[in-house]
Design a protein. Structure first.
Length: 214
């Protein structure tokens, strides 16, 4: 890595809803350099907030980098986030940086199939939280208690799929707390499609549950 000096940076990472500082949060920094009309990310450093949620770090400035990406690593409590800062903005606010993260909340989606003609039913499920697709936001787990093979995974509809009846299933995942989560169902029965949308706002620090019976 070609460098051109260093820059002391100080700041904090906070919960965007409560403004509480978040300890032990890892941050990866990359300088963005344009080469042959292609932007190339170059590692510039890695550090973490201390027990109070603050950080101090001596950042090596990447030669010819006009912008820097700060990647805030996510986990089961907070979603990942990327913050892009121009070099001038970074230098002006080097000692007063603040990054915010969105809290995640538990969501359980419980599905019950009670059709009298179960072999004709196909159910599709997908969701987005604050506009972020479920496949990229947080890993999900499916527990099936009905026909063992009635879940077949991802489909061309970009959702989860259940075929047949006797479905008793629970999807376990996490979504953004205090933000809108849109859950979309599509039921195919007797060659007819029916679309249903649920919109919810999940609460922090509790298990949020939504039911679907068909």
């Amino acid at each position: 890595m070609d460098t051109e000096g260093s820059l002391e940076i100080k700041g904090k990472v906070i919960d965007e809803y409560t403004n509480a500082q978040i300890p032990g949060r890892e941050i990866i920094v990359q300088g963005l350099v344009e080469r042959n009309e292609i932007v190339v990310p170059i590692d510039a450093g890695q550090f973490a907030t201390d027990s109070s949620g603050s950080f101090t770090y001596l950042l090596k400035k990447v030669k010819d980098a006009r912008f820097y990406n700060f990647y805030l690593v996510g986990d089961s409590d907070y979603s990942f986030r990327t913050k892009k800062l121009g070099l001038l903005e970074l230098e002006q606010n080097a000692l007063f940086l603040t990054f915010s993260l969105s809290k995640l909340a538990d969501l359980r989606i419980k599905i019950f199939g009670k059709s009298k003609t179960p072999y004709r039913d196909t159910l599709y499920l997908s969701w987005k939280s604050n506009g972020v697709d479920f496949k990229t936001l947080y890993p999900y787990k499916i527990d099936n208690y009905g026909i063992p093979d009635n879940f077949i995974g991802l489909t061309s509809y970009s959702g989860l799929e259940w075929i047949g009846g006797n479905t008793i299933s629970t999807v376990k995942t996490r979504v953004f707390a205090n933000k809108i989560t849109k859950i979309e169902w599509e039921l195919v029965r007797n060659k007819k499609r029916k679309e249903i949308t649920d919109t919810i706002t999940c609460k922090r620090d509790v298990t949020n549950i939504i039911y679907f019976t068909y």
